[in-house]
Design a protein around this ligand. Structure first.
Ligand code: BES
Ligand code: MN
Ligand code: ZN
Length: 497
């Protein structure tokens, strides 16, 4: 989709459809008022007939509105003016695209200044609208033998910003939005792909394609390399699978070589059966999304490269299946990780932390400015936070705060959970330096505590995206989160330098 900014009067818009808001009940927004005046009170007449009263998420498409330049007008209900907020904006915008996709409209004019949410600016509206537009046309139909639905005809969005709003910021917001959306689509595609196709080998191939497209530096460690290095934890997870594990490193260099990179480590379990500690059958297919952290790293690097951000970013992706099998790791097995620390594997389903701990130790070699890992790590995080916010933990409080703020800014939120020595004790093992599980309670925290033991050499934070990386049920599908959060974090960092 194509996005442009147009300042000045609404009259200048001569496209397929102009979108304006109406509050409850029948209160025209400024843009709607302007159209109403131009069209000799046509909108007022329609509303007075009772066809629409401005309830949130309702829409009404008008054709041949007199005098105005646009072929159509789409009225969108914004609810009560005093209750108008972020969530209403998002739902209303979704309703707009849904209504438009029923029509043959190819381009629209969105009156941005009209839809500004309290505490947010026009740039926020533009960026969010861009993400919602791309979300509305996203389809994953490549595994269907024929495309079912009619494809949306919408191709171009013109943000009508009026005269008070600065073009430079909205222009930038629209470009950033487009890059983030591109990154989210990459992450969604990888997540949604069937796990017999999206294997560790496939991810390594995709990394190769990405490296070519964006001129990134790529290296892939094979199992024999991991053995030579001593990555006993990662290899322990891979043992039960016939698919070879990989450790993928992608380096984006937008700055001088001397500038330390932000290192992103993404959990890439392309299917998590639980291993010998086998998971129950219900919804097991969703464990194809257990590479959501890895997928987000691909997405973030795409967004960063699209924007040519002046910053160095390194993506590290440990990837494997977690399968049962004659050769699989057993509960009670003790392995030695790359860091030298030994681990008693009491539950083979706590595999994410095992592949991450070797990747985190490996990250030291890249001389990181900060390290952030992203993982669908624990069901406990979903119990704690649901599907709304991602779990955030870290040993570096300023870094955690920076991430929280970035999430707030793009409305891809995280919520901090504590880390502390009281929790560390739960990982005690009688037979090794630590166990890989910490018992029933506080599971998201003990998982992070486990990881923290491999991150002592640098500033570190951890995002548990188990509840936010995909949706279940009828709308099952990857969400593309937390690509917005982390891309925003990198945009802000690039700006500071
Ligand atoms: N990939 C899962 C976590 C998960 C479960 C994410 C459900 C989203 C939905 C992870 O590998 C796992 O199995 N974790 C275990 C840890 C436990 C054995 C300590 C869990 O959360 O049950
Ligand atoms: Mn597991
Ligand atoms: Zn897992």
């Amino acid at each position: 989709m194509d996005f442009t900014i147009q300042s000045g009067d609404l009259e200048k818009y001569h496209g397929d459809c102009i979108v304006v808001g109406v509050f409850e009940s029948r209160k025209l927004t400024r843009a709607a008022k302007a159209l109403d005046e131009m069209s000799k009170s046509y909108l007022t007449k329609v509303l007075d007939q009772g066809d629409m009263d401005g309830r949130a998420n309702t829409t009404l498409l008008l054709h041949n509105v007199p005098v105005i330049g646009s072929k159509r007008v789409l009225l969108v209900g914004l609810g009560k003016e005093e209750e108008y907020a972020e969530k209403v904006f998002q739902e209303a915008t979704r309703a707009v695209f849904k209504a438009l996709h029923q029509t043959g409209v190819k381009d629209i004019g969105l009156c941005v200044a009209d839809l500004i949410v309290k505490g947010r600016d026009a740039a926020w509206s533009v960026l969010q609208s861009t993400l919602l537009a791309e979300e509305s046309v996203y389809r994953f139909d490549r595994l269907k033998s024929k495309r079912e639905e009619r494809q949306p005809s919408l191709q171009k969005i013109i943000f009508l910003i009026g005269d008070e709003v600065a073009t430079a910021e909205t222009e930038q917001a629209s470009q950033q939005g487009a890059a983030i959306a591109r990154g989210m689509n990459i992450a969604k595609d990888l997540g949604n792909l069937a796990p017999n196709i999206c294997t560790p080998t496939y991810l390594a191939e995709q990394a190769g394609e990405m490296a070519k497209t964006y001129n990134l530096k790529l290296s892939v460690l094979e199992e024999k390399d991991m053995e030579a290095l001593g990555m006993g934890a990662l290899l322990a997870v891979a043992r039960g699978s016939h698919q070879p594990a990989k450790l993928i490193v992608l380096e984006y260099c937008g700055q001088k070589n001397t500038e330390k990179p932000v290192v992103l480590v993404g959990k890439g379990v392309t299917f998590d059966t639980g291993g010998i500690s086998l998971k129950p059958a219900a919804d097991l297919d969703e464990m194809k999304y257990d590479m959501g952290g890895a997928a987000s790293v691909f997405g973030i690097l795409t967004a960063v490269a699209e924007m040519k951000l002046p910053i160095n970013v390194t993506g590290i992706i440990p990837t494997t299946e977690n399968m049962p099998g004659g050769n699989a790791t057993k509960p009670g097995d003790v392995v030695t990780s790359l860091s030298g620390q030994t681990i008693e594997i009491l539950n083979t389903d706590a595999e994410g932390r095992l592949i991450l701990c070797d990747a985190l130790a490996y990250a030291e070699r890249y001389n990181p400015e900060v390290v952030i890992d992203i993982a669908t790590l624990t069901g406990a995080c979903v119990v704690a936070l649901g599907h709304v916010v991602s779990g955030l933990m870290g040993t570096d409080e300023p870094l955690v705060q920076e991430l929280l703020q970035a999430g707030e800014k793009v409305s891809d939120r995280a919520w901090q959970l504590p880390l502390g020595d009281e929790y560390q004790e739960l990982l005690r093992s009688n037979f090794a330096d630590m166990a890989n599980i910490g018992g029933r309670w506080g599971g998201a925290i003990t998982a992070a505590c486990f990881l923290s033991r491999f991150t002592r050499k640098y500033r570190w934070a951890h995002l548990d995206i188990a509840g936010t990386a995909w949706k279940s049920g009828k709308e099952k599908g990857a969400t593309g989160r937390p690509v917005p959060l982390l891309t925003q974090f990198l945009i802000d960092r690039a700006q500071q330098h």
